[in-house]
Design a binder for this molecule. Sequence first.
Ligand code: HAM
Length: 410
Amino acid sequence: MPERPKAPRGTFDILPADAESRARLHELAAGAFGAAGYGRIETPAFEQTDLFARAVGEATDIVTKEMFSFHDQGGRELTLRPEGTAPICRAYVEHGMHKLPQPVKLWYSGAYFRHERPQAGRFRQFHQIGVEAIGTNDPMADAETIILLDQLLRSFEVPGVTLRVGSLGTVSSRAAYREELRDYLRAHQAELSPEVRERIEQNPLRAFDSDHDQTRAVMAQAPQMIDRLDDADAEHLAAVERLLRESGVEFERDGSLVRGLDYYTRTVFEFTSDALGAQSALGGGGRYDGLIDELGGPPTAAVGWAAGVERILLAVAAEPPEPTADVYVAADGDAERERAFALVTELRRAGMVAHLDLARRSIKGQMKQADRAGARHAVLIEADGASVRDMSSGEQTGLDLAHAVEVLSS
Ligand code: HAM
């Protein structure tokens, strides 16, 4: 027996039974984002590696250990996109979108790739839905994007959702804070996990994300950026919080909220669900006022988020919906089967969901299939005519095939 190929570790197939709730999520997202003036954008699945190193940050986990990077035949360094914000900012600069009326509001949906240790809710190829509002520093844009994710999670009925909101200040105010935090971490070195200890110089804020008990105890007492915000940053956060409150969005302020990407400034936020396990983040994002500038565009403020499609689906754990169909056309014998085929084609062209047997089952077997398909009507085509059965009442009447579409669509 030849070895059977398997999907690569950390990847999965989306089978028809799972496809329907995904499609519903996308429909809800497209509706909500379109209504708020966001246009769809799609960028390539891979980019030049340098884009992510510059945008996401050289010292982040994503860039140091999680990227699927490769050289193409021309020796170029490429990377399967681990996230969507950097590519969208690249596209904004490349297409001169700063010349359009600002802000430019975009939404996206696609596959992303991170070489993480696979576990429940964590994959190496996963899907994100996200929005970015580029070219505005108005706190209303922060609130608008947060409200969009809140609305999406509500309309999809995701249970046990919590929203945490924080602020990381600006690059300059954060520099002084990082120094203060480094001093604090150095003073507690002995209690920290080796991983956190190693990153005191490069990435001290990640210590807040550690799941090492002693490190967590140290971090519970650590100074927080949210208490070091300058007046303008503090007012920005207060304005976002006010808008959320006025819109009836519940949230907790969280001074220890740090994100795994370096481009954030000011507002950061994360939605979690207690219906998920260790990987409880449904989605998150924040402001990234320096990123477009960093990528060679004009200084441009922006805010956005991305949500994990699989996480949302897992939290809802939706049963696949029962199948439904308008008509199942049953027939036995070559001539009858061809008439059935013609009828099904005609019904489908008229917009009905119509099925027929492609496995040469007996009539009894076909009626069982009609039942399984959730058909409202079954049509039986025989040599001397046709009949239609109402599948719920069992009532059966003769059917003139010339008027089948009319009869069956009524
Ligand atoms: P992120 O927090 O890295 O942010 O990812 C967003 C969401 O993607 C996470 O909350 C999670 O639901 C999902 N996710 C991440 N990694 C995995 C994985 N390995 N398997 C399954 N789901 C995963 C970003 O990517 C930013 N670009 C968000 C953003 C947009 N910030 C501003 N604009």
